[in-house]
Ligand binder design. Structure first.
Ligand SMILES: Nc1ncnc2c1ncn2[C@@H]1O[C@H](COP(=O)(O)OP(=O)(O)OP(=O)(O)O)[C@@H](O)[C@H]1O
Length: 376
């Protein structure tokens, strides 16, 4: 073999290596550029992975649900927001003072789902396809929605409306359609839309064209559910501002439930529930607290009790000079956490009143409370 031939072979190999490297680098760069130009692809991939995990966890398989194997990429995005009813951490026993609403929901919504056969002979007794929970913030609307889905045993799509309007996902109309098609594939299913007014508020001329189209499509798909008597899909919405809802939406939610600010009797029940398993001293007077907490929502009451409970920890830390507690060794059979808790005093009426006044003060500053009624 001549020198020139050897050289050309080495050169050839190096050329091939360089060419391969160049091709690989070009391929990776083009792919990176495409990904950069299409930001939705990364989100869709992530959403798909999340949905696959979720469907697997929920045991939703082709054998149980016809058509589940052919979920579109949009349905997969929505499937990522599925909640297993058995994993919903809220049941009726976590809700106090709303027995009337619960009873009505049981009769009008849950019973027709669980005992379909009782309602099969009449179109008039079908479960409502739209349920609206309305009332001031922090009074239990979300709790009620979750507990309803849990008791009804329906799949629960906790629809975060931002995914429909988020530019990263794009194609909001297809996603809006996917909400319904997925729910139908998984039925019985509840689609829960918190703050539904932010999504389906009164249509106006300032609406972006895409938003207006998505709303129109949402409503027409909803109508599809309403006209199909065999379909068990319920849209459940919660709002603090029912007056802002599009009239056409209100018409589609014939079952409306007002969850108002708790009255004195309800506040006492909520306080009792919140403090039920808490270490409280005997002198804690729930009746008095209930009377003093006018204009407090369930969520405010919870916050008041939480603050009160923090005071005893704060006092403990002050008294012990932030020393680590003496944890009993496991050899004596006493749990370390138990020893620590025993060292803390129970929640007293003073803690609760102090917390109450602090909250009233901050509510006054925010203009939420009408009259200054501080109490000590
Ligand atoms: N009736 C109630 N019984 C027990 N706890 C309650 C009740 N109402 C409110 N709470 C407490 O307040 C928290 C907030 O309630 P929830 O989220 O259901 O209110 P909401 O009406 O949906 O509020 P928002 O309109 O702000 O979403 C609950 O997690 C619970 O701790």
């Amino acid at each position: 073999m001549s020198d020139s031939q050897t050289f050309s072979r080495v050169e050839m190999i190096s050329l091939i290596v360089r060419l391969s490297l160049f091709t690989a680098v070009t391929f990776l760069s083009v792919r990176w550029m495409i990904n950069q130009l299409d930001p939705t692809s990364k989100h869709k991939k992530k959403a798909r992975k999340k949905a696959e995990e979720q469907l697997k966890r929920l045991g939703i398989t082709q054998s149980k649900h016809a058509g589940i194997s052919q979920l579109t990429e949009y349905e997969m995005v929505i499937a990522g927001h599925l909640v297993d009813p058995s994993e919903i951490p809220v049941s009726w026993s976590d809700i106090a003072g709303l027995e009337d609403v619960i009873q009505e929901l049981r009769e009008t919504v849950i019973l027709p789902i669980k005992r379909k056969e009782l309602f099969a002979d009449s179109q008039l007794t079908q479960p409502p396809k739209g349920v609206l929970l309305h009332g001031p913030p922090g009074c239990g609307k979300t709790l009620i929605a979750k507990a309803t889905a849990k008791e009804a045993g329906t799949h629960f799509i906790n629809l975060d409306v931002s995914i429909l309007t988020d530019k990263w996902y794009g194609e909001s109309q297809k996603l809006a359609a996917a909400v319904f098609t997925l729910a139908v594939k998984l039925q019985p299913c509840t689609i829960f839309i918190d703050e539904i007014d932010s999504f389906l508020r009164n249509r106006n001329s300032q609406d972006h064209e895409a938003t207006a189209m998505m709303k129109a499509q949402f409503m027409s798909l909803w109508d599809g559910l309403i006209t199909d008597p065999n379909c068990t899909v319920i849209v459940m919405g919660a709002t603090n501002r029912p007056q802002d809802l599009d009239r056409a939406i209100l018409r589609r939610m014939p079952a409306t439930f007002h969850i108002g600010m708790p009255n004195v009797h309800q506040r006492r029940q909520i306080l009792r529930l919140i403090l039920e398993h808490e270490p409280t001293s005997d002198e804690v007077d729930l009746n008095r607290l209930a009377r003093l907490t006018e204009n407090f929502s369930g969520s405010d009451l919870r916050e008041m009790c939480r603050n009160a409970s923090v005071y005893r920890v704060r006092d403990y830390v002050r008294e012990t000079g932030q020393k680590e507690p003496e944890i009993a060794s496991s050899s004596n059979g006493i749990d370390g956490e138990e020893v620590f808790h025993d060292a803390l005093r129970p929640i007293t009426m003073d803690d609760l009143l102090m917390s109450l006044n602090k909250m009233k003060e901050s509510k006054l500053h925010c203009g939420v409370l009408p009259i200054p009624t501080l109490e000590m």
